[in-house]
Ligand binder design. Structure first.
Ligand SMILES: Cc1cc2nc3c(=O)[nH]c(=O)nc-3n(C[C@H](O)[C@H](O)[C@H](O)COP(=O)(O)OP(=O)(O)OC[C@H]3O[C@@H](n4cnc5c(N)ncnc54)[C@H](O)[C@@H]3O)c2cc1C
Length: 371
């Protein structure tokens, strides 16, 4: 593309900060940079027409981990690391709520539930056994019990009689949240260029050259918030992880409210008004789902439909109205990578499956790396 003098002068000259990716992390990062450097020129480059990774595709759980996920995390991380992670998710959630307001994001504190399939005896017993220990671990943060075992009152099928309830979990409207963040960015004089992909960057002593598909420009600092697309940037420390989702048409008299976790978080569902949104199933085919390509597969779609029919909505007539997928960034550990890569280049990636909560913190910490 041949740029005009005006285009070069207005958009691509004297750029102080370029942020790659307009997901939750990129937008929070840009807003924090604006707080720290009020006079700076800030540009966000986004390859999609809308943010095109996970932030506009997710299920809208405002969560910090189900009991079985926390128990699993304690097997690979120390207690201190797990506490730090939960603390970051929790404080990230408060930051998100304070920045945008509960009304804008349609924050609904219905609580969260973990369900166990009838054949999940081992996980169920382990959760019940370790519940008091995990509650003690989390007490300094929440000042009361987080998890309790309760007989369930829902018309679910093929699940164990008790479920685990967490009153601190909530749900939000993902679209509203992202739209509010985008508006906030524009109101703070942050320029977002869509449908532009950063294809390479070259660092020099006092600037970084950023290559897009058909032209390049210079920036003083370059910050990557590209999460599931950061495999190359992080030398394989981040792997893409596709997640498939479906939503039903409205179901009259639906009596399900809240966020629900099943099979150690590999499946998750919630009500969206009187619809059910259900996602998950990556564990059926990890290899195929380790991809940056959007799409659906038969094996996962069939399992999701089966769960809707047999477990979640056995007493209701329903139709599936819409299906989609999103791309997450995963790795061997759950701790996000927030790093200075070189003198003028930084990244905040590997958000895993709980970026709604932790994304605002990661974006803020990414911005705070810059001197
Ligand atoms: C289906 C699904 C359900 C989920 N459910 C939940 C949930 O209920 N609760 C929860 O907490 N988390 C959930 N998550 C995870 C959460 O959405 C993510 O952790 C979070 O959105 C990550 O935000 P991000 O800004 O790091 O990444 P992203 O939102 O993926 O943003 C990265 C952006 O970078 C852009 N980009 C990448 N490469 C380039 C490039 N070279 N040039 C320009 N732009 C580029 C991408 O287009 C993308 O918009 C879910 C994720 C998915 C996919």
């Amino acid at each position: 593309m041949q740029l005009s003098y005006w285009e070069l002068k207005t958009w691509f000259s004297n750029v102080d900060f370029t942020i790659v990716g307009s997901g939750i992390v990129g937008l929070h990062c840009a807003l924090r940079v604006r707080e720290r450097f009020p006079e700076s020129k800030i540009l966000i480059i986004e390859k999609g027409a809308l943010p095109q990774g996970a932030s506009t595709k997710n299920a809208g759980f405002a969560c910090f981990g189900s009991l079985s996920e926390i128990i699993d995390d304690l097997k690979i991380h120390t207690e201190e690391e797990v506490m730090q992670l939960i603390q970051k998710r929790w404080s990230g959630l408060q930051l998100l709520r304070n920045r945008l307001g509960d009304t804008q994001i349609d924050f609904r504190p219905y609580g969260g539930y973990e369900l166990f399939l009838e054949n999940d005896a081992a996980v169920y017993e382990e959760c019940l056994g370790k519940l008091p220990f995990v509650n003690e671990l989390l007490r300094p943060l929440f000042k009361s019990d987080v998890f309790s075992s309760q007989p369930h009152r829902f018309a679910f099928g093929s699940i164990r009689e008790s479920l685990i309830f967490n009153p601190f979990e909530a749900q939000i409207d993902t679209g509203n949240m992202m739209q509010a963040l985008l508006k906030e960015a524009v109101a703070n004089d942050i320029v977002i260029l869509n449908r532009q992909t950063v294809t390479a960057h070259y660092e020099h002593s006092d600037y970084v050259e950023v290559a897009l598909d058909d032209f390049s420009f210079s920036t003083k600092h370059l910050l990557f918030a590209t999460n599931g697309f950061a495999q190359q940037l992080t030398a394989n420390k981040v792997k893409p992880a596709r997640a498939q989702v479906m939503i039903t048409a409205p179901i009259p008299d639906l009596d399900i409210k809240g966020t629900f976790h099943l099979d150690k978080g590999f499946y998750y569902f919630r009500n969206v008004g009187n619809r059910i949104l259900l996602g998950g199933g990556r564990n059926l085919d990890f290899k195929t789902e380790t991809t940056t390509e959007f799409g659906q597969t038969q094996i996962i779609q069939e399992r999701l439909e089966q769960l809707l029919k047999e477990v979640i909505l056995p007493k209701y007539d329903f139709t599936i109205e819409h299906r989609w997928s999103g791309i997450m960034g995963m790795g061997s550990g759950k701790v996000p990578i927030i790093e200075q890569i070189s003198d003028r280049t930084y990244c905040g990636v590997r958000l895993g499956g709980m970026g709604v909560a932790i994304g605002s913190r990661v974006g803020t910490e990414l911005a705070d790396l810059v001197n």
